[in-house]
Design a protein. Structure first.
Length: 271
């Protein structure tokens, strides 16, 4: 009836690592080194009206320490930047990896008044041009960073526990309960399962898949009450009703060979 084939995908990820402190080599920058955007290559700077201003620290790291300060040079990638120069400032005093350190933190600041209207974003795209005495790593875009800035808002009395109704193929799938865990990014939450722990067993008519392939992910709610979901097997979009706390979400998936979507209704668990 709803027999579908399970297709598991594996991904090989190339990671960049730095030396542990125990193995650190303190050297003169002229000896050479590798540098790159260390923590990530993208970030978000939400600013609330009541906070007026906000800042984001972009990490630039190197593979070994130096016994002198190393200057950082970055440039703006105009074709990927939508932010007007009036929307941000880069603190020149932070364009350095201090002596004896692996990482420098470049401070970018903005203000609520300078940013676009609610629901719009401004992107500042930077390229890491040089760090004294180093070779810049370019693999996987490690020399590029995109900072998305936007006006943010508080979600009052957000429920933390939801009953989730699930449907696919025009039928109701097993429901489940999930807790929303607040993350560092504002109005962003992690959930341990989107379609539930028994969806795959139900979809394949194979009980051996019960309590597996939970499809966890991250849910973000915007000031316009739009919902976005990024998960282990795909993504989705939906809406949030601040009055009732109800979330509706449609997600896709790449776990199965067949293409289909799943509809979710998150109902706040009261009491």
């Amino acid at each position: 009836m709803k027999k579908i084939t399970l297709f598991l995908m594996t991904f090989a990820l190339l990671g960049l690592t730095s030396c542990d402190d125990e193995d650190a080599q303190v050297f003169n920058p002229s000896d050479g080194d590798l540098a790159y955007f260390t923590k990530s290559t993208a970030g978000k700077l939400p600013i609330r009206e009541e906070n007026v201003t906000g800042s984001y620290f972009i990490e630039v790291g190197s593979t070994t320490k130096s016994n002198v300060d190393r200057q950082i040079e970055v440039s703006i990638v105009t074709e990927n930047t939508t932010a007007d120069p009036s929307m941000y400032t880069i603190d020149p005093a932070t364009l350095v990896i201090p002596a004896g350190e692996y990482v420098g933190k470049v401070k970018v600041s903005s203000s609520y008044a300078a940013l676009p209207p609610i629901g719009e974003t401004a992107v500042l795209a930077l390229k890491l041009d040089s760090v004294d005495g180093t070779e810049i790593v370019t693999e996987q875009g490690s020399d590029m960073f995109a900072l998305t800035m936007f006006k943010s808002c508080a979600i009052d009395n957000f429920p933390t526990t939801y009953n989730v109704l699930v449907s696919a193929f025009g039928q109701s799938a097993p429901s489940h309960v999930v807790n929303f865990v607040a993350l560092a990014d504002e109005n962003t939450y992690s959930i341990s399962s989107s379609w539930g722990p028994n969806f795959v067993a139900w979809a394949t008519d194979d009980p051996s898949y019960e309590d597996s392939y939970y499809y966890p992910g991250t849910i973000e709610i915007s000031c316009t009450n739009a919902v976005s979901f990024v998960g282990e097997f795909g993504s989705g979009t939906g809406t949030y009703d601040p009055g009732s706390g109800l979330i509706t979400l449609t997600i896709d998936q790449d776990l199965f060979t067949g293409s289909f979507t799943i509809d979710l209704i998150f109902m706040p668990q009261l009491g």
